[in-house]
Design a protein around this ligand. Structure first.
Ligand SMILES: *[C@@H]1O[C@H](CO)[C@@H](O)[C@H](O)[C@H]1NC(C)=O
Ligand SMILES: *[C@@H]1O[C@H](CO)[C@@H](O)[C@H](O)[C@H]1NC(C)=O
Ligand SMILES: *[C@@H]1O[C@H](CO)[C@@H](O)[C@H](O)[C@H]1NC(C)=O
Ligand SMILES: *[C@@H]1O[C@H](CO)[C@@H](O)[C@H](O)[C@H]1NC(C)=O
Ligand SMILES: *[C@@H]1O[C@H](CO)[C@@H](O)[C@H](O)[C@H]1NC(C)=O
Ligand SMILES: *[C@@H]1O[C@H](CO)[C@@H](O)[C@H](O)[C@H]1NC(C)=O
Length: 885
């Protein structure tokens, strides 16, 4: 009965959680879920389960700059106060070369005196690292707010000269967006260089240096650069006179845009490599600068992802077939979401060849007048030279004046197929790499490597225009953003730089799939089943005996080749037992049979609960004994994974202590552990189609909701804090409650979600009384309350390397997730948990059902009491049941 007392504060919490979750439903618009667009990674590999990785940790941190030279077998790394030359075949090998390049103590002092952050800013962060000529690299560092550059001789790996002033080449701020290229001895960079200076795209050398124009029209407005690329567009030219450099960034929008709640736009800009500036007009300024808007949106949900986070340019056999892959996010920093859009180079070029914008009456409008010749923005080629224009300095004044006032194109660059390639809620991708891999079916598949802001890598493959995330890999034990990423096709590795180190990850790890089905279901273009093991296809010259099915992920395996695990369970009449069935795949659902007959409907009176990690038999009856089979159903194929023989004992040989409660245990409805089914949870309806022109109001409306919700949630958080303080003072379980602090609940949220270790499953015995070992009788108990959901704790220590809390019962359709995850909202925890369980599993809370509240609490208490009774009973049991065999 004492237990009941300590439960009360928890109930108050539940109430608040419920309220918040109900509120968050209001929030759903316009982020109503689209299951098609929210791709679930097939498997989740935690840090401990990673295979074949090599790590490099030098004495410094912030390994933000990588330069890969495949032929030389070198990976150059720029960190904080140091440079490294690593061996690409194994970056862990000890014979690595290092250059220490720290800020002088005087400079550091000056930096501190300027009020800069002594933890992050007053160091020498290497920001630029590229090849200069055959023998030398060129490097720039922030040098505690006083940038310097230098040459490094690659042989011997040391500075070959003194330092150069880096002020115009490298930003002061280590965190500012920055991109740069060194091409044929010419250095092109883009950033906001000095403290509070305006952004600029520059050619730093050779002379004359070129910049963007600031008056009368600012060409760039608070631009945040993410990347740049040289595209050699010249045809039949030995001097590459039509080659251009493309820059990718997000900036404040100057033009009128349709979505008033947004202030930023994603852009692509370009300049000609052979630009030399104008003679009088645009002197030492670009004469060829043009920029255009890049659009990436989910039209069905009126979601416009306007922040460009990274760009990868996949160059085809010729430049014309290049494809740009962009990672986009939302302007609202507290909402995690990412979209990948791909753009054809031809579409980009068409926009730059189309109409210009012009400022008229302080508004940007499409310019419809006459365009001077040669067309502004085009590079000087043989054609122009034949007309007597030898360089940009010979351009007529009319062209230069026009170029100065018309930096923006009227048309927007739309993605291929006018749609996003992939949309992902609750994840912030920050880096992207793209690789083409030939599969057994003869097709070339596009594989995306996506790095997140909390240290995960997603591997995804494009199949018929849809993205399939093969797996998500946890790269670092401690969550940290992935800062840089390069792909080596030669080493078949990805190199990832972050705050704490550099990791070399193999492009594929086929040996992780231990059966034919897993190998085929994965739809991994790198992997095939050879009859005994899942192997890297590239490692085999003889491929005819390999099995792979990328397009459907079902075909090629013979029946029942899964690794079936056979177990026995004995249970006392009336006790509970969990039959564990962990599915490695997040896309699989379990299916249970008893003595060959399908178990259907896990309703409250069925005596069963199906959950994320198994089947719970509640209050075992004799007719519930028999042979249970658990199948993993994926892509429509059932694969047997577990076989249980369950024996229900009535034997008095098992001494049973009389329970305290004399009343017969009513088949209470343990709402706490209830299976969400489509009927129980109202499906959020998709947003009603809006009349054209309604966007404006919609967004106004939404903004209002947003603000009011933030206010309400803030208030509730305050209340929650008070309650939590109360909880931590008043419960006997004070030590446990501390974990349950305000911060955990409000801040943890989606960003930590399943990544944090609190999802680790523990056995009840070890959890409660420190005894190790597997026991067969187990009862549902509370995991960590951090999660604010209940979870069955498996009674088995076995953990697969790719530990995945698997999804749930074979209900026809998992209900759509009710709302968006936001990183700082309390409600964020629930959707992320739901996602992990693929919709239908144990959910602590009903979705805002005021009438259901008191019965819920009632049965919650009841259930808890029952559990505690059972646990006591289990502990007293002198003869623990035989365990798994
Ligand atoms: C890298 O290591 C491999 C094997 O350890 C070695 O053969 C190769 O020469 C090394 N490369 C360089 C550039 O040191
Ligand atoms: C890389 O080198 C390290 C240190 O020498 C070694 O422990 C590791 O096994 C190597 N990795 C591979 C994949 O060979
Ligand atoms: C940074 O400044 C804080 C307080 O101003 C001081 O306690 C800390 O030791 C400093 N850290 C370093 C690395 O200088
Ligand atoms: C490369 O550049 C460095 C620095 O300017 C110079 O010392 C060196 O001679 C150059 N090497 C070649 C091969 O041109
Ligand atoms: C361009 O170069 C050609 C040949 O070098 C020369 O004859 C011509 O005068 C130059 N044109 C201008 C405008 O400088
Ligand atoms: C450098 O790494 C530390 C953590 O090690 C992080 O707090 C800091 O933000 C990083 N600085 C930059 C500029 O990325």
């Amino acid at each position: 009965m004492g237990a009941q007392k300590s439960i009360q504060p928890l109930l108050i919490l539940l109430l608040i959680l419920m309220l918040l979750n109900g509120l968050s439903q209001l929030w759903a618009f316009p982020f109503s879920p689209s299951l098609d667009l929210d791709v679930t990674p097939r498997t989740t590999v935690f840090y401990k389960g990673m295979l074949g990785c090599n790590g490099f940790m030098g004495s410094s941190q912030n390994y933000s700059t990588l330069l890969l030279e495949e032929e030389a077998g070198r990976l150059y790394v720029g960190g904080r106060g140091a440079l490294y030359a690593l061996n690409t075949s194994n970056i862990s090998t000890s014979a690595n070369l290092t250059i220490d390049w720290n800020t002088t103590p005087e400079q550091k002092k000056q930096c501190l005196n300027k009020g800069r952050n002594n933890q992050t800013e007053c160091y020498n962060h290497i920001r630029f690292l590229q090849r200069y000529n055959e023998t030398h690299l060129y490097v720039c560092g922030t040098n505690a707010f006083r940038p310097l550059c230098a040459y490094i001789a690659t042989e011997g790996f040391n500075f070959s000269s003194g330092f150069e002033e880096g002020r115009d080449r490298c930003p002061y701020d280590p965190a500012k967006g920055y991109t740069g290229l060194l091409i044929d001895g010419e250095m092109f960079t883009a950033s906001q260089y000095e403290f509070r200076s305006s952004p600029d795209i520059r050619r730093n050398f050779p002379f004359p240096t070129l910049r963007t124009e600031e008056a009368p029209t600012r060409w760039l407005l608070e631009a945040d650069f993410v990347g740049s690329v040289l595209l050699k567009e010249s045809i039949n030219s030995s001097i590459g006179d039509d080659d251009k450099i493309y820059f990718f960034f997000t900036e404040r929008s100057q033009e009128q845009i349709a979505y008033p709640s947004q202030t930023k736009v994603s852009r692509v800009a370009r300049v000609c490599k052979n630009d030399w500036g104008g003679q009088r007009t645009l002197q030492r300024k670009w004469t060829t600068f043009l920029k255009a808007r890049m659009v990436c949106s989910v039209p069905e949900y009126e979601l416009h992802l306007n922040i460009l986070r990274d760009m990868f340019v996949l160059q085809g056999r010729d430049v014309q077939s290049s494809i740009f892959y962009g990672v986009f996010g939302l302007e609202w920093k507290n909402i995690k979401a990412s979209a990948i859009c791909q753009y054809a180079f031809s579409d980009v070029r068409r926009v730059f060849e189309g109409p210009y914008m012009e400022m008229q009456d302080s508004k940007w409008r499409e310019y419809t007048g006459k365009v001077p010749e040669p067309r502004p923005g085009s590079c000087i080629t043989d054609l122009h030279r034949s007309q007597g224009i030898n360089s940009s300095r010979d351009l007529p004044d009319s062209v230069l004046t026009f170029a100065r006032r018309h930096p923006l194109m009227a048309k927007q660059v739309h993605p291929i197929g006018l749609r996003t390639l992939m949309f992902k809620r609750s994840v912030n991708y920050v880096k992207i790499g793209v690789h083409k891999e030939p599969a057994l079916d003869g097709n070339l598949y596009t594989v995306l490597f996506l790095g997140t802001d909390n240290g995960w890598l997603h591997r995804a493959v494009e199949v018929d225009g849809e993205m399939h995330i093969i797996e998500e890999l946890q790269m670092f034990a401690k969550p940290q953003p992935i800062e840089s990423m390069v792909i080596s096709s030669v080493q078949r590795s990805i190199y990832i730089g972050s705050h704490s180190g550099v990791i070399q990850v193999p492009m594929s790890t086929c040996q992780r799939y231990t059966s034919c089905y897993e190998c085929v279901f994965a739809r991994d273009p790198f992997c095939g089943w050879d009859g005994r093991a899942c192997v890297e296809i590239s490692s085999r010259s003889q491929r005819s005996n390999l099995t792979q099915d990328i397009s459907r992920g079902t075909r090629g395996c013979k029946e029942n080749l899964g690794n079936v695990i056979h177990r026995r369970r004995a249970v006392m009449l009336g006790d509970d037992v969990l039959l564990q069935c962990e599915l490695r795949s997040n896309l699989a659902t379990p299916r249970w049979t008893l003595n060959g007959k399908e178990l259907q409907g896990y309703g409250l009176n069925s005596g069963y609960r199906a959950g994320t990690d198994g089947l719970l038999i509640i209050g075992a009856r004799t007719q519930q004994g028999g042979s249970y089979r658990c199948f993993a159903v994926e892509n429509g194929v059932s694969v047997l994974v577990y076989l249980y023989t369950v024996k229900v004992h009535t034997d008095p040989y098992f001494p049973v202590e009389p329970t305290v409660t004399t009343e017969p245990t009513t088949v209470s409805s343990p709402v706490v552990l209830y299976t969400v089914s489509p009927t129980e949870q109202p499906l959020p309806s998709p947003p009603a189609p809006l009349p054209p022109g309604a966007n404006f109001q919609t967004y106004r409306h939404m903004e209002a909701i947003y603000i009011s919700l933030v206010a309400v949630l803030g208030g509730l958080c305050l209340v929650l804090t008070v309650v939590l303080l109360y909880v931590s003072f008043c419960t006997r379980r004070a030590s446990q409650s501390r974990k349950f602090s305000h911060q955990n609940l409000t801040v943890l949220g989606a960003s930590e979600r399943k990544r944090s270790s609190h999802l680790e499953l523990k056995t009840i015995s070890s959890h409660c009384n420190g005894r190790q070992g597997r026991r067969s009788i187990s009862v549902p108990t509370f995991g960590d309350f951090n999660d604010s959901f209940l979870q069955i704790i498996p009674d088995d220590d076995q953990m697969s390397p790719a530990k995945t809390p698997p999804p749930a019962p074979p209900l026809p359709n998992p209900p759509p997730l009710p709302n968006m995850d936001y990183a700082n909202g309390l409600s964020a925890t629930l959707p992320s948990v739901l996602r992990k369980m693929n919709g239908n599993s144990y959910v602590l809370l009903r979705q805002a059902d005021p009438e259901g509240m008191s019965p819920l609490y009632h049965s919650f208490t009841e259930e808890l009491n029952r559990i505690l009774e059972k646990r006591k009973h289990t502990q007293l049991d002198m003869h623990p049941d035989e365990s798994s065999i």
